[in-house]
Ligand binder design. Structure first.
Ligand code: AMP
Ligand code: ZN
Length: 441
């Protein structure tokens, strides 16, 4: 795996092969997940599957959290006039439905921030005690100057960061880069009794949430931490600062993996550009291209680009993936899979998750499986292992096509009626029937 912390590819050696541990930052649940959010979910699902294959399904612990306390959540609930709990429950449920359609396995543990408030307060207390944090005006702040190698992950010095920071620095901060571990809650905002002798209720900062959940479920040092590249700074840098300084460790996770960004038809995805695509839109409506898309098609299209590269999300990419998967279904639907995935595909995935290479090997295997039925069981096992095919039929993989499904008998009757209308020179009726047929596609 390429390790962002080492800035190079490294051979992966788990701390404990009996329990390989991975943490990935999960969604903040206030709105539908978009197709960019689907990228880390799919990529790290594949890492999870690969680790399970190598070390055994019972020897991997994968934690992907749900951030259910956050300013964006409060703002959205107020906007919609619903309770925070309603909003987060509804959004989390939608998220699960969306990603299940993408062939994503459930993580081993899916902790929620609101269920780990005590652990977060504990971290605040430890950091203050050890001289890495201080309380000021109802806040607890991390003292960046107390950590000699802050910035190692994103490879920048504190001086550079301070120079680049354009935000106005709050007066209670000792240093411009100091960040919030805990902040006071206003009337109506979710809050819990504050730590570190602070009066009144407060709530955790986002970075602290991940440190607390990772520590609780994976221990002080674990194997892999993942997320999108946008999270490397400041989110992951701050997770590292909190966890290492609280526990007195050299690293928080040995390997840091980051997926590249997704853009749409060459542009940044944004609501104002009108190219903002949710997973839900893609699966259930015609919001992108000519059809709704099957989840396996979305997954195949996503894995066509190496996870560290930027990806350009296009209709054409989806169409190609769909065409391939339909061929897959035509050869493999109903075939009994073998027990082991293809060795070459495994080797490609073991090389920093080289999915473009894996997919090109799969194309070759598909070509020979079409001619030779003996090759089908292994190909099917490989596709199942990667979550790319779950025995769907060709029709299921092309949900748009069902919209055009017509009753052939009814069409034949209409054609006959049109011909007889023409014979009788009833042009109006003939045209009406022609338009009706055209409308049926
Ligand atoms: P957020 O809910 O914004 O914290 O994002 C959840 C996850 O999605 C994080 O791992 C982000 O890095 C990732 N992410 C957000 N937008 C994109 C994008 N356009 N492309 C790829 N990953 C993204
Ligand atoms: Zn995180």
């Amino acid at each position: 795996f390429y390790n962002t912390l080492a800035r190079k590819k490294e051979s992966f050696e788990p701390i404990d092969p009996q329990n390989v541990r991975m943490y990935v930052c999960g969604p903040t649940v206030y709105d539908f997940a978009h197709i960019g959010n689907a990228r880390p979910v799919i990529v790290f699902d594949l890492v999870f599957r690969l680790l399970r294959h190598v070390y055994g399904a019972d020897h991997v612990t994968y934690v992907r959290n749900i951030t259910d306390v956050d300013d964006k959540i409060n703002a959205r609930a107020a906007e919609e006039g619903c309770s925070i709990r309603d909003l987060t429950e509804r959004t989390a449920k939608q998220f699960h439905a969306d990603i299940a359609a993408l062939g994503v396995l459930a993580p081993t543990v899916e902790p929620r921030a609101t269920e780990h408030i005590e652990e977060m307060k504990d971290l605040c207390e430890q950091l203050v005690e050890k001289g890495h944090a201080y309380a000021a005006e109802g806040h607890v702040l991390f003292d960046v100057s107390s950590m000699s190698d802050y910035g190692r992950l994103s490879n920048r010095s504190v001086e550079e960061m301070e120079a680049g920071a354009r935000v106005e620095v709050a007066p209670y901060k000792k240093g411009a880069m100091d960040f919030v571990l805990w902040k006071p809650s206003k009337e109506g905002e979710p809050g819990w009794p504050s730590p570190c002798g602070i009066e009144g209720d407060g709530r955790p900062g986002w970075h602290l949430e991940c440190s607390a959940m990772a520590g609780k479920h994976l221990g002080q040092v674990f194997d892999i931490h993942g997320g999108g590249i946008d999270l490397a700074f400041p989110h992951h840098e701050n997770e590292i600062a909190q966890s290492r300084c609280a526990h007195g460790t050299d690293v928080m996770a040995k390997v840091w993996m980051h997926n590249g960004f997704l853009q749409v038809e060459g542009e940044k995805m944004s609501k104002s550009l009108g190219n903002f695509i949710t997973i839900h839109d893609l699966l259930d409506s015609k919001a992108f291209g000519d059809s709704p898309w099957h989840g396996r098609v979305v997954r195949w299209a996503m894995l066509g680009t190496h996870y560290r590269q930027p990806i350009d999300w296009t209709v054409e990419r989806l169409q190609q993936a769909r065409a391939t998967l339909i061929e897959v279904a035509e050869s493999l639907h109903g075939v009994e899979p073998s027990t082991a995935p293809n060795a070459e595909v495994l080797a490609a995935l073991s090389d920093d998750l080289n999915t473009p290479s894996a997919l090109s090997i799969l194309h070759g295997l598909l070509k020979s499986a079409k001619r030779n039925p003996d090759k089908r069981p292994e190909l099917k096992a490989t596709l199942q292992f990667m979550g790319l095919y779950g025995d769907e039929t060709a029709e299921e993989l092309d949900p748009g096509r069902r919209d055009h499904d017509v009753d052939a008998g009814a069409v034949e009757k209409l054609i006959a009626a049109r011909l007889s209308a023409r014979k009788e020179k009833d042009w109006a009726e003939a045209d009406r029937i022609r338009d009706k047929l055209a409308g049926m596609g």
